[in-house]
Design a protein around this ligand. Structure first.
Ligand code: GDP
Length: 324
């Protein structure tokens, strides 16, 4: 079967039931905001307390009640380098269960368009930079997040298998490191950007003269604001119908040391920064090649300086209630 090849993507029906799995998380909440802004009137989300996506029966029941026409799968157990390397069982097992349940239930109820969100860590540790989509499965993974990466690779594969076996025009997008409002700011569990915002802001508030970041500061990373990612997701759902996953990034990276300087400036920190090299650096560089996405007609709009400034603002406004 290959109906997928004849399917022509176009504007989605703004009234159709549209399920966002993970709508309270960093990525899912941005997708929700963007869909609302784009005129969708029948968005559906469930908090994890109301629907545990690891519970297969509950997920099947939910899909048969709601019968979503569209789905974005943004639900995942995510975390920074320390969380991933300390709790690999949680990252592989929970993510496999969540995505298999959602994808199976979406197939059983015939969801028409589905977008699976992965991560740039699916690519080999030493993939040529910038990383093109066809680097997938060409080399060994970065060990600090290999369990999470394997779960995400399985998700891409399942979406491709559904396309091949059932002809449904489902797609996958692989965003680079995301940041923005609603992020996890927990010192042990978070990714680097929210960790730096919290650490430098805290140093300013307490008058500390010294801040210690993890690793050497030399790894290079690319950062995409979640609002840009959300816009890219809708764009792909309305324009793209390919078998291969699509990278979603800015096409520009910086060193962690440079990033720390941008954050320090954004919060007004003037003290010293030190680096704790007993903490892992992770992969030396992670920069996505975004030419495929650009050839689909989409480009990131929010600059890093602008995105960090607005995220600092959000963090200050939501200090009491941030996930920490
Ligand atoms: P990664 O992209 O999967 O490696 O995930 P992270 O965002 O957790 O880490 C990116 C880089 O930032 C790594 O080289 C970390 O060592 C470095 N880093 C520096 N300070 C911190 C911090 O406070 N938290 C985290 N998570 N990473 C940090």
């Amino acid at each position: 079967m290959s109906e997928t090849t004849s399917f022509q993507p176009g504007p989605l029906d703004r009234q159709a039931p549209f399920y966002i799995a993970g709508h309270r998380g960093l990525a899912g909440s941005a997708v929700w905001r963007h869909l609302e802004y784009s005129g969708f009137t029948n968005l559906v989300g469930r908090r994890s307390a109301d629907l545990d996506l690891r519970d297969r029966d509950a997920v099947f029941q939910f899909f048969s009640e709601i019968r979503p026409q569209y789905t974005v799968l943004a639900a995942a157990k995510v975390g920074g380098i320390l969380a991933n390397s300390t709790y690999p069982v949680d990252f592989i097992s929970e993510n496999l269960r969540i995505q298999t349940n959602v994808l199976d239930a979406a197939l059983a109820t015939g969801v028409e368009r589905l977008l699976f969100l992965g991560s740039s860590c699916i690519y080999p540790k030493f993939a040529p930079q910038p990383i093109t989509e066809d680097s997938l499965l060409t080399g060994a993974l970065e060990p600090t997040n290999d369990a999470y990466a394997i779960a995400k690779i399985a998700g891409i594969m399942q979406v491709q298998a559904v396309r091949r076996q059932y002809g449904l025009p489902w797609i996958s997008a692989m965003p680079t490191n995301l940041y923005g409002p609603g992020d996890n700011f927990s010192p042990q569990g978070s990714h680097v950007l929210p960790a730096l915002i919290r650490r430098y802001e805290n140093a300013v508030v307490t008058g500390a003269e010294r801040v210690v970041n993890w690793g050497s500061g030399s790894p290079r990373r690319e950062f995409l604001h979640v609002d840009d990612m959300a816009a890219a997701c809708l764009h792909l759902l309305e324009t793209y119908n390919g078998h291969e996953q699509v990278n979603v990034g800015t096409g520009t990276d910086i060193t962690i040391r440079e990033l720390a300087n941008v954050v320090a400036d954004a919060v007004g920190y003037q003290g010293v920064t030190e680096w704790d090299t007993s903490k892992p650096d992770g992969t030396p560089q992670k920069l996505l090649d975004v030419s495929k996405l650009e050839s689909e007609g989409w480009k990131a709009k929010i600059s890093l300086a602008e995105g960090i400034a607005s995220t600092v603002h959000w963090y200050r406004d939501n200090f009491e209630s941030v996930r920490a």
